[in-house]
Design a protein around this ligand. Structure first.
Ligand SMILES: *Cc1c(COP(=O)(O)O)cnc(C)c1O
Length: 500
């Protein structure tokens, strides 16, 4: 199976090269035209364990990895890193289901992909080494640090804004273990971190490769090696619904997906293309509802106010992976996609044709929940369904409710619906606590910190704080570097020593 850019088909590469490069040289994203031909025996997958499903799907989509390489990747990716025996349990919430994607090392769904990407990257390397550079506003940094910890021939350097992340996020990064990790706080905001990292890529990549045989790379959510692992839990969810007697093989299941960069839901589309009986894929957004508007009108317009919400991982105005979906909806017309992306960068938006819209409508619905609706959803899920959900999942919960009401109005009965639950509620303990119980005050009148909120939430609800969050309090702070914006490059170069 070969991959090429969404914007041209001149360069065809194997999966390994796509994983190493991440982004195509022309700025497009790697896609394959052969995915529809990669049909696993879906019914047989329903009788397999999670890791066996990974193997069967990867064999078809990542064909230039040998069977031994894939087995080794899988053996190293998940084992011992998850709190639950099922990596991604499916549980009831009202008349719907929750697909819990937050039982990994950082208690959020990015773990599902970031446990695997480093393994795939290690195997793709020949005689070179790689330093991953990441600027983070909080969550991705920790998931990347956990995923790349002690990966073979790969190092990771993470920058976050000094004083710009929550106390829990700070500890998650400052206590990160591994002989190959570097972490620094930057005196600046997230944009400064990101700009600094981009400058290092532009200024230093060639020199570092020539002098040290080290490539600089990133672990973006547009990487094929992050996308493909996300297909698996859709299949796993279907399998668990079958086990539960909720569906018979072949019955369509709808998935509601809290969406930012369109990576998670795109993996659902891939699952459908390779034969999973997927009904509707529902894009659930927060107040940054650029995708809701796009799916309603065919017009994508990023020129709008950026809203800071209680679901920060979905505060996104340019949803990168949508480009891949546009490619498929336009029947692989690269010039067309390149034109849309040119409009996006030059005019701040684009409009797709009726034909493309019709193709998208075959599979996707879209809706959003604003901040107040998200909080109300957290409260309702707890009071009515007895479930504790995080603010991202709450957008999905509210949107699923909307879909159900619409169907009732039309007199339709829907498919079984799975809401993807993308983070532990304890990661956002303050907002979740306040949504359900109102303001929290400490007895001594002091300002509560992240641990106070987690503890209070656990006590009030009887739910358990995930171990990776609870144990932060007792872990030693290993990374104390604070750098100025103009010191980012020096920190990266000095950090290369972790690669030997
Ligand atoms: C990243 C993230 C999302 C959005 O996923 P995309 O693949 O970017 O659409 C939703 N919820 C949480 C908690 C996330 O971290």
């Amino acid at each position: 199976m070969l991959y090429h850019s969404t914007r041209s088909k001149t360069e065809m590469v194997g999966a390994k090269e796509a994983v190493l490069k991440g982004l195509c040289p022309d700025g497009g994203l790697y896609v394959s035209d052969d995915i529809a031909g990669a049909k696993p025996d879906m019914k047989a997958l329903m009788g397999m364990e999670y890791e066996e499903i990974v193997y069967e799907v990867f064999r078809l989509l990542l064909t230039d990895y040998s069977d031994e390489e894939l087995k080794d990747c899988i053996a190293k990716a998940y084992k011992g890193k998850f709190e639950t025996s099922d990596l991604t349990p499916v549980t009831k919430i009202g008349s719907n289901y929750l697909l819990e994607l937050y039982h990994g090392p950082t208690a959020a769904f990015k773990d599902m992909a970031l446990c695997m990407l480093p393994q795939l990257m290690s195997k793709a390397l020949k005689d070179e080494k790689v330093m991953i550079l990441t600027a983070t506003s909080g969550d991705t940094g920790k998931a990347a640090l956990a995923g790349f910890r002690d990966a073979e021939n790969i190092g990771i350097t993470v920058f976050y804004p000094h004083g710009g992340v929550s106390d829990i996020q700070y500890l998650q990064m400052a206590t990160a273990e591994g002989a190959n990790v570097n972490v620094a706080a930057v005196r600046g905001n997230f944009d400064d971190c990101q700009t600094g990292v981009k400058q290092v890529f532009a200024r230093c990549s060639d020199r570092i490769r020539a002098e040290r045989k080290i490539s600089l790379s990133s672990a973006n959510s547009i990487n094929v090696g992050r996308l493909v692992p996300q297909i698996i839990y859709y299949i796993e969810a279907y399998k668990q619904l079958m086990k539960d007697g909720a569906v018979a093989f072949g019955d369509p299941v709808d998935f509601v997906v809290p969406t930012g960069n369109f990576g998670d839901i795109l993996a659902g589309y891939y699952a459908k293309v390779i034969g999973l009986p997927v009904g509707r894929l529902v894009v659930a957004s927060n107040e940054n509802n650029v995708l809701t508007d796009f799916f309603a009108s065919g017009v994508y317009n990023k020129k709008r106010p950026f809203v800071k919400t209680i679901s920060p991982s979905m505060d996104i105005l340019v949803s990168s992976n949508l480009e891949r979906m546009l490619y498929y909806a336009a029947d692989g017309d690269c010039d067309y996609v390149a034109g849309l992306m040119k409009d996006l960068s030059e005019k701040g938006g684009f409009e797709v044709t009726d034909e493309v819209m019709a193709r998208l409508d075959e599979t996707f619905d879209a809706a959003y929940a604003d901040n107040e609706e998200s909080k109300a959803a957290i409260r309702e899920a707890f009071e009515k369904d007895g479930r504790l959900i995080d603010p991202h999942t709450a957008c999905g919960y509210k949107v699923a409710q909307r879909m159900e009401e619409d169907r009732k109005d039309c007199g339709e009965s829907g498919n079984p619906t799975v809401i993807l639950s993308t983070a532990s509620p304890f990661k956002f303990a303050k907002d979740v606590y306040e949504a359900i119980f109102g303001a929290f005050t400490k007895e001594d009148g002091s300002e509560p910190d992240g641990f106070d909120y987690m503890k209070a939430l656990a006590e009030k609800t009887g739910e358990k704080i995930p171990a990776p969050l609870a144990e932060l309090k007792s872990k030693p702070v290993l990374h104390k570097s604070v750098v100025n914006i103009d010191e980012i490059e020096k920190f990266v170069v000095e950090g290369l020593k972790v690669l030997g």
